[in-house]
Ligand binder design. Structure first.
Ligand SMILES: [Zn+2]
Length: 474
């Protein structure tokens, strides 16, 4: 076991904190609830950004930036929105040594400031659609925080689109939740269930919310991305109308969608182990690290010479040669292991004689001798295998811990021990509230692919036409 990391089997919550801190992912800040994102964690975020940004642009979006300060009155214009967000807003009342005439809210999300601006940009159907994304920080004053999973300030992206018709807005909402699903599965190696949130769980101000839900190693759900169909709610609140082809003035339809640094918490709780971080290769800040092994000066020259020659035309972002003289190889192994570098290449004098290196996988710990010839291609293949292996293991765990249940008694007994539960629910808010109060679990989503199936609500016994996913969650 790595130094300073609690075992998952002993205390899962403490294990998570240990991995975040020892894995060089994040640190606590002087302000309670905020976090410092350390280089290894920020490197993962940069790769999340780079890859998602490409997917957004491939689906027609462009980036822009809106201010972080929002006049307090803006937030009050959409009734459900203010009710949902007001309790967790940080408000600036003084600036420049004076009390402000109108307090400024630090954005908890940007619908209001963006729709107040869209009013100036939209007058005709020719101005639509607007497909804008913003990469930004937001602030939500949370009472109980946890590094990456729930912090007072966090980094995210928020898409805000404007459309002429409800159908088009719906198509966009649907498209983006599927972009998130593909990203989670292909890059994060994290299988997810995509579905619709209940009325109680939807975004404050939305007609409906689609989401992706992932299962963590302890069987709890992590909401990992949401996409909202906002209807005309924000257009009405900010009086954003356009003249349609039929010359009628109409309110614009809106969507918004986002993922945040919470995804990094999802990666940690999907893949990491008792030795520290395990990062999926497609998001790893450093895919391959070389650790040279030598005692004498001439051995140092020999092994470093070979390592540098072999990597001469490699992409500098793909690898690093750890040539720090002040540390022994054993220390370096542990250092890169806890940080989750997917592949370690060891090279010593005898390896040089045999024209081989030793390659060690972070995910399985498997060691193999690999010929120096064709090494780069071999490493690429191994990284692909690790990426696929991590997804397969997470998928297997999710499948094995997804249960179909029919009685509320059984649900109450089993939900505490983790897992996704496919159960019947009548659709009423009363049953949903009762479930939350009695079991500390929630309805995570109504899966898109849930087959029609006649059944009875597990809480009240009234008819239900399909199963939903209920679970405890982060
Ligand atoms: Zn019911």
């Amino acid at each position: 076991m790595a130094k300073g990391i609690t075992k998952r089997s002993e205390d899962y919550a403490q294990w998570y904190i240990d991995v975040v801190l020892k894995g060089d992912m994040a640190d606590y800040s002087p302000v309670k609830g905020c976090m410092v994102i350390k280089p290894n964690g920020y490197g993962v975020w940069e790769n999340i950004q780079r890859n998602l940004d490409r997917m957004f642009k491939e689906t027609g979006h462009v980036n822009a930036y809106f201010p972080m300060f929002i006049p307090e009155s803006f937030l009050k214009k959409e009734a459900e929105h203010v009710e949902g967000f007001a309790p967790e807003c940080a408000v600036v009342t003084h600036a420049g040594g004076k009390q402000l005439e109108e307090p400024l809210v630090i954005r908890p999300t940007s619908e209001t400031i963006i729709w107040s601006t869209y009013k100036n940009w939209i007058s005709s159907h020719r101005d639509l659609p607007i497909l804008i994304n913003q990469w930004a920080n937001v602030c939500r004053w949370e009472m109980r925080t946890r590094l990456f999973l729930r912090t007072t300030e966090f980094l995210w992206q928020e898409g805000h689109t404007a459309h002429a018709t409800s159908e088009e807005a719906e198509e966009e909402t649907w498209r983006m939740v599927h972009v998130y699903k593909r990203f989670a599965e292909e890059f994060m190696a994290m299988p997810v269930i995509a579905g619709k949130k209940t009325e109680q769980e939807k975004f404050a101000g939305a007609l409906h919310t689609y989401c992706i839900e992932a299962m963590m190693q302890d069987g709890k759900a992590l909401q990992s991305g949401t996409s909202h169909h906002l209807g005309q709610n924000f257009a009405k609140a900010f009086d954003v109308k356009f003249q349609d082809v039929d010359e009628q003035l109409k309110y614009v339809y809106a969507t918004s969608w986002g993922v945040s640094t919470r995804l990094i918490g999802g990666i940690i709780m999907s893949h990491s182990d008792d030795n520290g971080m395990v990062i999926p290769p497609r998001l790893a800040p450093l895919p391959v690290v070389w650790v040279p092994i030598y005692r004498k000066e001439e051995e140092r020259d020999l092994v470093l010479g070979h390592a540098r020659k072999l990597t001469r035309d490699w992409d500098p972002l793909f690898y690093k040669i750890d040539d720090r003289d002040q540390y022994k190889p054993g220390y370096k192994f542990a250092d890169w292991e806890v940080k989750g570098v997917p592949l370690r290449v060891e090279i010593g004098p005898r390896d040089c004689e045999k024209n081989e290196v030793v390659v060690v996988r972070r995910d399985t710990g498997a060691k193999a001798s690999v010929a120096m010839t064709g090494l780069r291609e071999h490493l690429e293949t191994m990284l692909d295998e690790i990426q696929r292996g991590l997804f397969a293991a997470a998928k297997k765990r999710m499948d094995e811990n997804t249960f179909t249940l029919d009685t509320y008694d059984e649900y109450k007994q089993r939900v505490e021990s983790g897992g996704f539960f496919l159960v019947h629910w009548c659709g009423s808010s009363a049953c949903e509230t009762q479930l939350q109060d009695e079991t500390r679990s929630t309805i995570r989503c109504i899966p898109f692919d849930a087959p029609e199936e006649a059944g009875r609500c597990m809480v009240c016994g009234r008819p239900s036409s399909r199963r939903i996913v209920a679970a405890q969650s982060y």
